[in-house]
Design a protein around this ligand. Structure first.
Ligand code: SF4
Length: 406
């Protein structure tokens, strides 16, 4: 795989060595069991795969080059480059400005953009409408483009489906930048509809089976349908693509449900005419991270710590999976561990940061799962690990643990 130039501040001498050692011993990623790091009173299970993915490293590398090569220029990012507060704050501290927030709300006056400015497209890509708006201002939206190739792959898949007269069902979060971009590209080619999860897929299937619910259908999927979507015609033939970071198991269930529903409606023998035979369009990093999370689910641990941006879709799915079996703490940085007893962490249900006491119990040894999302630097995971072991004066030396592991 292509190598990128990643600033030292995102790297970690400890975590990156663990990852490298796993890579060398298992280059084809056949083993998704976690690494066990034995510090004595504390034992960490570290996921087989986590942290910066291809698309994130690509975006960081390109953005750094743009910043270094263009001193004195106005440099803008359409919105957060990736969903990690540390990386985004670093860009802001180097003079980069954001044009929109993650929901697409403009936080800079676009009338002030000039053709001499630099606008970087983030890893999620952007909509055709924004591309066109930038072009109208004399800015080339492809010149400083960090769109991940795995996102572009989804757009290509949508185009293929559209060209075969399939309606495109996008399994994704309506407000996520990537899904907005994918929807914009697919809607140009074919009727398109976004479903967020299995529950929404069930609603869609009930509309497919009951044609008298046309009015309810338009209300339910308001703002999630391409312009001119035709309830009578556009639900007869469909293909599914994903936001690249969704839960693989949920995408499978949705495809199965659609297959069952369209088979009931049109007959099993006709299913190929009504549902494209597609594989999911999740990216390799999502698949590897989720497989590694299933690997973590098989261990016996006291609790799990997942590190990443709270608005990161792939990190949230890792939390959801681990939460089914362990007390799971979703934190954005080591600072969130306030003491051995107290942790401030993000609750994915209430979407709020909450404080929990009784974080680390006193019965040793303590087994902790540690992993992160695809946009989290190894350096941040490293700091979390160091913070936890700092509470235990009798832990083994880090070099010794590394040596024993390697
Ligand atoms: S998570 Fe996947 S699609 Fe998103 S930037 Fe990383 S590699 Fe690309």
């Amino acid at each position: 795989m292509k190598q990128f130039d990643i600033p030292l501040l995102y790297k970690s001498s400890f975590i990156s060595r663990i990852k490298n050692s796993r890579k060398i011993n298992d280059p084809k990623k056949k083993d998704f069991t976690p690494a066990l790091l034995d510090f004595g009173p504390i034992k960490f299970y570290i996921a087989r795969h986590f942290g910066f993915c291809y698309g994130v490293e690509n975006a960081i590398d390109i953005s750094n080059r743009i910043i270094n090569e263009n001193p004195g220029k106005n440099i803008f990012l359409l919105s957060e480059m990736i969903h990690n507060p540390g990386v985004n704050n670093d860009l802001l501290s180097r003079g980069v400005q954001f044009l929109m927030d993650t929901s697409g709300k403009r936080i800079y006056n676009w009338d002030r953009l000039t053709k001499d400015d630099i606008v970087i497209i983030p890893a999620f890509g952007t909509t055709l409408e924004i591309e066109s708006e930038l072009k109208n201002k004399g800015l080339d939206p492809y010149k400083f483009n960090t769109t991940c190739p795995f996102v572009e792959k989804v757009w290509n898949r949508s185009t293929q489906l559209g060209n075969q007269a399939y309606t495109i069902i996008i399994h994704g979060q309506y407000n996520h930048e990537e899904t907005r971009a994918t929807f914009s590209h697919s809607a140009k080619i074919a009727p398109s509809l976004i479903i967020r999860d299995f529950n929404e897929a069930e609603s869609l299937c009930s509309f497919i089976l009951d044609e008298s619910k046309e009015k309810e259908f338009y209300q339910f999927f308001k703002d999630k349908l391409s312009p001119g979507f035709d309830f009578s015609n556009d639900l007869k033939r469909m293909g599914v693509v994903n936001q690249t970071t969704m839960l693989a198991s949920e995408t499978d269930s949705i495809a199965e449900l659609l297959k069952k529903t369209l088979s009931i409606k049109y007959g099993v023998a006709e299913i190929q005419d009504h549902l494209a035979d597609t594989k999911d369009t999740l990216c390799y990093a999502t698949n590897d991270n989720q497989e590694s999370t299933y690997g973590l689910s098989n261990v016996n641990a006291d609790f799990a710590v997942v590190v990443g941006g709270y608005n990161s879709s792939n990190t949230t799915h890792i939390v959801e999976l681990l939460d089914q079996k362990f007390r799971t703490y979703f934190i954005s940085s080591a600072d969130k561990i306030l003491s051995p007893n107290t942790i401030s962490h993000f609750d994915i249900n209430s979407k709020k940061e909450i404080r929990t006491n009784g974080f680390i119990h006193e019965i040793e040894p303590i087994h902790i799962i540690l992993t992160s999302g695809a946009s989290c630097p190894d350096a941040v995971v490293d700091l979390v690990l160091r913070k936890i072991i700092s509470f235990f004066p009798r832990v083994k030396d880090m070099d010794l643990v590394l040596k024993e592991f390697e």
